[in-house]
Design a protein around this ligand. Structure first.
Ligand SMILES: [Zn+2]
Length: 138
């Protein structure tokens, strides 16, 4: 993705979620690498989505993610959780507790996620992807 393709509003999302300087117009290579790994993983595997009571993915199983029934009923939310879980199994992301989880307003639940943690935080990719696609969070 080239920087010139993003609008000012989209750059604001990139810089917010990855904890970058508000004037930044460069997506770090590590971020591009994790996005590409996630996309490649989705394309290469016949992924199954199991609907249960909570969201879950095991990094050792590249062919299965679990999404909570209550969350899969809303398509925008379902996409968000799908991306979140896929980054865990294909791009080796982590969760950083309340500092790293987003809320339905599109902000982090609690402050404190660091610029070092953000590129490895699953919800960062989930929220950014939905925001860049221009989709509602709910
Ligand atoms: Zn997670």
């Amino acid at each position: 993705m080239q920087g010139g393709q993003l609008t000012q509003a989209q750059w604001a999302h990139v810089n917010y979620y990855f904890k970058l300087d508000p004037q930044n117009t460069n997506i770090p290579a590590g971020v591009i690498g994790k996005l590409q790994a996630t996309l490649d993983g989705i394309k290469a595997n016949q992924l199954k989505v199991r609907v249960m009571f909570f969201n879950f993915a095991k990094p050792t199983d590249k062919k299965l993610i679990t999404i909570a029934k209550a969350q899969i009923l809303n398509v925008n939310q379902a996409v968000r959780f799908f991306i979140h879980e896929c980054t865990h199994i294909y791009a080796d992301t982590d969760d950083h507790s309340e500092r790293g989880y987003g809320n339905n307003q599109g902000t982090y639940r609690q402050p404190g996620l660091t610029p070092e943690e953000a590129p490895n935080n699953a919800d960062t990719y989930a929220y950014l992807t939905v925001q860049l696609a221009g989709r509602a969070l709910l």
